[in-house]
Design a protein around this ligand. Structure first.
Ligand code: ADP
Length: 349
């Protein structure tokens, strides 16, 4: 079978050269020419050579021009150029086999892009479902309390106060969910620009502790800051975003406390390039089966408690996004009824 332009050229050249040889021989015989005429037999070989080169080049150029069009079409569709366009394949043995390989590569790229588009679509559907589920509960609660008040429960001062407070708490929760969603959207679309500067984490810890103190005291949780007040912890990071990381982790430590001698403790350990910051508590802990999915948005190990505490289920996923935006890592270890430790790294200044 002829598979390459050269094979085709060889066969055609052999046929034409052969024919001209036979013709020439028959002329020499028929006209009984002198022996010197045999030297003219070189002509069929020249015809063979010329035909071979002409056919090989014309066919190659013709196929190449068709392949160029195909590649252009492929490249127009390509968003992720994995297979490189091999322009002049002068050493190529088999242009069509090359084309086949490249088209197979291209199909593989397209298929994986389609797969990730399908995954994105699935993710979008889940996300919309989760968001409406999260928003539904507080909205229905607010409606319920207001309806009860409208139906006359406001006659009793205590009941009115109670229902108004519950409606307010639910509105507050709606606000938290919307704020967290906004933050997640920014983090996931990369529109949130980090402003990284050198600062002393020790000072930031004081500020975060001061803000968290009323919530901790109201829940009888002791806040402990282990790193010495005297030694600065110089890091290179976005101070406001790290404040949010610390606030979310400390608030969780308080929300998921256990009753006896509850505490949330911060520690900092120096490594060669980084600081490792740990936020530990002796709270309810998290069962091992939840740990791998804990940083996913809307994932809750203890749904009832999370909702009762006004959680959006987005706190840890925001924390992870922020830490990873700094090109750092976060991990969790936990034992049920014993406590939980979140550890994340920050670059040293
Ligand atoms: P939430 O708003 O529900 O607190 P998070 O994303 O902050 O959302 O946390 C996800 C889940 O992880 C929580 O619902 C809770 O079940 C669990 N969790 C987080 N921090 C702790 C902790 N310190 N101790 C026990 N469970 C925790």
């Amino acid at each position: 079978m002829m598979q390459t332009p050269r094979q085709l050229a060889f066969v055609l050249a052999a046929i034409i050269g052969g024919l001209s040889l036979v013709l020439q021989l028959s002329f020499i015989m028929a006209l009984r020419l002198e022996e010197s005429a045999f030297s003219l037999l070189i002509i069929p070989f020249i015809i063979f050579g010329a035909t071979y080169f002409a056919v090989a080049n014309i066919t190659r150029n013709y196929i190449q021009s068709k392949i160029d069009v195909l590649y252009r079409t492929i490249r127009d569709f390509k968003t992720n150029s994995k297979s490189k366009y091999r322009k002049k394949t002068s050493n190529a043995r088999d242009l069509l086999a090359e084309l086949q390989t490249d088209v197979a590569d291209w199909i593989a790229t397209q298929t994986s892009e389609l797969d990730s588009l399908r995954q994105l679509e699935q993710y979008r559907r889940e996300f919309v479902g989760n968001v409406s589920h999260e928003l539904k509960t507080p909205i229905f609660n607010i409606q319920g309390y207001l309806e009860t008040l409208l139906d006359g429960a406001d006659d009793d001062e205590n009941v009115r106060q109670h229902y108004l407070q519950r409606a307010y708490d639910n509105a507050d929760r709606l606000g938290t969910i919307v704020e967290d969603l906004n933050m997640i959207a920014k983090l996931e679309s990369d529109t949130l620009q980090l402003v990284q500067k050198a600062f002393d984490l020790r000072q930031l810890l004081d500020e975060v502790f001061a803000d968290a103190l009323p919530f901790a005291q109201a829940n009888h949780v002791n806040l402990i800051c282990e790193p010495s007040k005297m030694l600065p912890i110089m890091v290179m990071a976005d101070r406001d975003r790290i404040r949010q990381v610390l606030t979310n982790l400390i608030t969780n430590g308080i929300k998921y406390r256990s009753n006896d001698h509850a505490f949330v403790r911060i520690n900092a350990f120096e490594t060669t390039d980084n600081w490792l910051i740990e936020v530990s508590d002796n709270g309810i802990g998290i069962a091992q089966q939840h740990l791998p999915r804990l940083f996913e948005r809307f994932y809750r190990a203890d749904s009832a408690r999370s909702r009762a505490a006004g959680g959006s289920g987005l706190g840890l996923s925001i924390v992870k996004h922020i830490v990873e935006a700094h090109r750092q890592t976060i991990h969790v270890r936990s034992t049920e009824t014993i406590g939980t430790t979140f550890g994340f790294t920050l670059a040293k200044e």
